[in-house]
Design a binder for this molecule. Structure first.
Ligand SMILES: O=C(O)CCC(=O)C(=O)O
Length: 310
């Protein structure tokens, strides 16, 4: 049996967690940051009270979604404490409620740069991972939507995968989770790499809009899940038609067969749904895609892993 003194490489892989509940908090977001933080905390507490062991928040939940707001609402996550009241709240909530939190995203200040960043906290309140949005949302659909995140934000440089291991119990609390933020979902290569690294679930906090949302939001989630035979969870802000950026809403959990397991409309909501990772093996046996891949004809290179191996 793995002892807590063994080095990381010598540990047996943690046992898959038993089925557990995920909570997706589709929150209203206002210009009042203090209120947004208190509101998010309340929603996290409600999801945990309903049995969620993993709780997820939307993209940019502490600030309006705009290039004017990002510099004003940005926090120095690495400094922590008073420099980052949003992540201080997430850490405390995770610790007190004994849950894992995929903390949506907030604007992050690091030196003279700004990022769109998702923090993952384990059930001890420890920051396990920080994902900086890799693909910035720069699009122009004339007459419909133009948004250029790169006006203010810098793109992240690394894919992010998190093991939620409880070493004491030798259990993967809520599994191995890949993280992407919104526009990151459009890039299938990222999801393929997460699947190849053993992710059970990919979490995409996101805020699609009224043009691309109806066409692409569910389509992309189901495609990422079906192609990679894993769970996909998304969490959006609730829709505010008076806001400068109107979010599509429709936070969703998709299963490893590409099936929508739980979803909602555009109002505030907390979705609670069950995740059972034993289904991954079932689906992968039904459709043995990994074994059937034609590596002799095509290959995808995991550049980060290649660099770390060399
Ligand atoms: O890809 C899209 O259509 C929307 C993406 C988005 O809203 C974002 O990345 O914030």
């Amino acid at each position: 049996m793995a002892s807590s003194f063994m080095p990381e490489q010598a540990r047996a892989p943690p046992a898959l967690p038993l089925p557990f509940k995920i909570g997706l908090c589709q929150l209203s977001v206002t210009a009042d940051k203090e209120r947004n933080i208190a509101h998010a905390r309340k929603a996290i507490e409600e999801a945990a009270a309903k049995g969620a062991k993993l709780v997820m928040l939307p993209e940019i939940w502490n600030s309006p979604y705009s290039n004017d707001s990002f510099p004003v609402y940005a926090e120095d996550i690495d400094a922590g404490g008073e420099a980052s009241p949003s992540t201080a709240m997430l850490s405390e909530a995770a610790r007190l409620l004994k849950i894992t939190i995929v903390g949506g995203s907030i604007p992050e200040r690091s030196g003279d740069r700004l990022y769109n960043t998702c923090c993952v906290f384990d059930s001890d309140g420890k920051l396990k991972a920080k994902h900086r949005k890799i693909h910035l949302f720069d699009i122009d659909i004339p007459g419909k939507i133009t948004f250029i995140e790169s006006k203010t934000l810098t793109a992240g440089e690394t894919p992010t995968i998190v093991d939620t291991v409880n070493h004491g119990l030798g259990l993967a609390e809520v599994g191995r989770i890949g993280i992407g933020i919104c526009y990151d979902i459009r890039f299938q290569e990222l999801a393929i790499i997460y699947a190849a690294r053993g992710a059970h679930l990919i979490c995409y906090p996101g805020a699609f809009n009224m043009t691309t949302g109806p066409l692409h939001w569910e389509l992309l989630q189901r495609a990422r899940a079906a192609d990679n035979q894993l769970y996909v969870a998304t969490c959006s802000p609730a829709r505010d038609v008076a806001a400068g950026y109107v979010a599509w809403g429709h936070s969703t959990l998709v299963g490893p067969f590409g099936e929508v397991l739980a979803t909602t409309e555009h109002e505030e909501d907390i979705i609670i749904s069950e995740i059972d990772y034993s289904l991954l093996e079932v689906r992968r046996t039904n459709l043995p895609l990994t074994k059937q891949r034609r590596g002799d004809l095509y290959q995808l290179v995991d550049v980060q892993r290649l660099k770390s191996d060399s």
